[in-house]
Ligand binder design. Structure first.
Ligand code: GUN
Length: 275
C-alpha cells in the first residue's frame, strides 16, 4: 500500500487539474467555513483546511466569531442562510467544537443537505469525511473488502457508524465494538482490517493484532510527553501489513475527503458538469 501522504498528494494533484479545467469557463469552487470562538485545535484545523483548499484551487470564505457574546443559535442560522444566498458557497461547514450555548444540531441542520460537505446531517448528500477518506484510500490500494472481517472500534455518528455502513455496503463482515465490548482482543486478532476510533493514547499494543492486518488509526491524542499519537502503539506499525501513522495518516485522508466533497458539491451546484 502507498502511504497516506503519497496518496493524498496524488489525489490533490488530480483535483487541482480537474478544478483548473472546469473553472476555465466557470467560477471556481467555494467553501464557507464558520468558526465560533477561538479553540486552539480549531484554529489549527481551519488553517490546514484553508491551505488544502488553496492548493487545489477552492476559494474559502472564513467567518470567525471570536466574540460571540451577542449571538445565539438563531443569529448564526441567519449567517448560514446568508452564506448560501449571498456568497454562493458550494459547501459550508461549521467547525467543531462550538461553545455550549449554541445548538450544534440545529446549526448543522440549517446547512442545506446539498451543501453539507462535512456529511453531518442525516440526509446529507455527502459521506462524512473520515470514513469516506478511509474507504477511498483502501479502494485506491485495491484492498478487497468483500467477505473480509473488519472490526471497527467506536460507534460515533460521524466516524464509527458510517464506517460500519460503508464496509457493509462493500460486502465486508463487520463487528462494531465499543468501550464495553467483552474480549475485544479475540475479535481484533481475527480481523483483516481494524479501524480504531477510540481517542485514547496508544491503548492497543501488538497483542491485539496479527502480522497480516491493515490498521486504520483515527485517534489523534497527546501522549504523556505531550506528543501527538494514535490509539495504536507506534511500534505496532512495523509488525503488520500496513498501519496508518499519527500524525500523517487518517487526518490527511479526512482533509482530502473534504476537498473531494466540496468539488462534488460544486459540480452539482453548476448543474452537474462533468470532468
Ligand atoms: N472538528 C474536528 N474535526 C472536524 C470535522 O471534520 N469537521 C468539522 N466541522 N469540525 C471538526
Amino acid at each position: 500500500m502507498i502511504s497516506c501522504k503519497e496518496y493524498v498528494e496524488i489525489r490533490k494533484k488530480e483535483l487541482r487539474e480537474q478544478i483548473s479545467i472546469l473553472s476555465k469557463n466557470n467560477r471556481v469552487p467555494h467553501l464557507g467555513v464558520i468558526q465560533i470562538g477561538s479553540n486552539d485545535a480549531s484554529e489549527r484545523y481551519v488553517k490546514g483546511k484553508k491551505k488544502d483548499c488553496e492548493e487545489v484551487g477552492i476559494v474559502v470564505t472564513h467567518l470567525i466569531f471570536k466574540d460571540y457574546s451577542s449571538y445565539d443559535t438563531n443569529n448564526l442560522k441567519q449567517v448560514i442562510n446568508d452564506m448560501c444566498d449571498i456568497s454562493n458557497c458550494d459547501g459550508i461547514i461549521v467547525q467543531l467544537p462550538i461553545p455550549d450555548k449554541f445548538d450544534v444540531e440545529e446549526l448543522q441542520n440549517s446547512i442545506p443537505a446539498k451543501k453539507d460537505v462535512d456529511g453531518f446531517r442525516r440526509d446529507s448528500m455527502f459521506t462524512p469525511c473520515t470514513p469516506k477518506g478511509m474507504i477511498d484510500y483502501l479502494e485506491y490500494n485495491n484492498v478487497n473488502l468483500s467477505g473480509e472481517l473488519c472490526v471497527v472500534i467506536g460507534r460515533s455518528k460521524i466516524v464509527g457508524k458510517p464506517m460500519v455502513n460503508l464496509l457493509i455496503d462493500r460486502g465486508a463482515t463487520v463487528i462494531c465494538c465499543n468501550s464495553k465490548t467483552k474480549d475485544l482482543k479475540t475479535l481484533t486478532q481475527q480481523a483483516k482490517i481494524v479501524v480504531s476510533a477510540v481517542g485514547k493514547p496508544e491503548i492497543f499494543d501488538f497483542s491485539y493484532f496479527n502480522e497480516s492486518q491493515i490498521l486504520l488509526d483515527v485517534g489523534i491524542n497527546l501522549n504523556a510527553s505531550g506528543k501527538l499519537c494514535g490509539d495504536i502503539s507506534r511500534d505496532v506499525k512495523d509488525k503488520v501489513t500496513h498501519a496508518t501513522p499519527v500524525p500523517g495518516g487518517v487526518g490527511l485522508l479526512t482533509r482530502l475527503a473534504l476537498l473531494e466533497n466540496t468539488f462534488e458539491a460544486y459540480k452539482m451546484n453548476m448543474g452537474g458538469i462533468k470532468c
